[in-house]
Design a binder for this molecule. Structure first.
Ligand code: A2P
Length: 281
């Protein structure tokens, strides 16, 4: 399997495992299953309230810590220099780890600070993250849900450029402007909700159903494969062993260029999450 290399040389596998919405023992089992099936990049966040479960899975899985890439994210209420340092320590504590592989600013423009403008708060959080990175407490730093204007603002004061931007991305929701911008800057894109998200209806869309039949794969494999061929890192999530397995087995077929275009340009089924500058959180 092809690996991506971040600007600092850290290698990232082509598919990761999402954990939003899973918690308690269900999250422990899901992450352990994912690791046993070959996932090495595990994605959590302070706001998912499952860092403790992810930490237990890491301890129980039997795979050496250094072979895993663990991501967490700074929640919106904790933007700012001191709060970021504190929130990071808290995430480490929940996870039971002494370093994180990847730490991301979860959203660019929290409601809590919106009236003051997001620029200063992001710059302060970023400074804290740069220091944690320099101290070896985080192996790679990045952002999530950032659009080009948020990145432009951050780059005005950043000494270290974000290495990753994790955004919502799936067939019909290709975020071309952000992806093109990040590609130009050498920022790796990770995709959350690569299957259209929990409660979405992407997987039942006729085009997805038809193409899955054509390639003799499942609808989810088609969506994950689309992400792989877009040159990004999909982070499918599932609590079900067979689906976890299915979602990483996408390397024995190839979607034609024509079908890739149809998937990219299909109707946008993204629902639920608002524009980063308008979110009520
Ligand atoms: P479940 O946990 O019951 O498998 P996304 O990764 O886009 O956020 O989508 C996650 C949703 O898709 C979850 O509700 C998950 O439910 C479901 N899902 C995950 N893998 C598959 C699959 N292989 N086939 C169908 N649905 C899936």
């Amino acid at each position: 399997m092809q690996q991506f290399k971040l600007s600092n040389g850290i290698k990232i596998p082509p598919i990761g495992f999402g954990t939003a919405l899973a918690n308690g023992r269900q999250a422990v089992e899901a992450v352990k299953n994912a690791i046993s099936l070959g996932y090495r990049l595990i994605d959590t966040a302070a706001s998912y309230k499952n860092e403790e479960s992810v930490g237990i899975a890491i301890k129980e899985c039997g795979v050496p810590r250094e072979e895993l890439l663990i991501t967490s994210k700074l929640w919106n209420d904790d933007h700012g220099y001191d709060s970021t340092l504190k929130a990071f320590e808290q995430s480490l504590k929940w996870l039971g780890l002494d370093y994180l592989d990847i730490y991301l600013i979860h959203w660019p423009n929290p409601l809590k600070f919106r009236a003051e403008g997001y620029e200063r708060h992001n710059a302060e959080s970023w400074k804290a993250m740069e220091e944690l990175y320099a101290a070896g407490k985080i192996k790679a730093i990045g952002v999530s849900n950032f659009m080009p204007h948020h990145l432009e603002a951050l780059l005005k004061t950043a000494s270290v450029q974000p290495m990753i931007n994790q955004i919502r991305m799936h067939p019909g929701h290709s975020q071309k402007e952000t992806v093109d911008y990040c590609r130009k800057k050498g920022i790796l894109i990770e995709a959350y909700s690569p299957l259209g998200g929990t409660g979405g209806n992407l997987l039942s869309m006729p085009l997805i159903q038809d193409l899955a039949k054509k390639y003799q794969v499942s609808v989810s494999q088609l969506c994950v494969r689309w992400g792989v061929q877009m040159g990004i890192v999909p982070l499918p999530k599932s609590a079900n062993l067979d689906r976890i397995k299915e979602n990483i087995n996408v390397f024995d077929f190839e979607i034609s260029l024509e079908d890739m275009d149809s998937l990219t340009n299909m109707s946008d089924e993204a629902k639920g999450l608002p524009h980063p500058d308008e979110a009520r959180f």
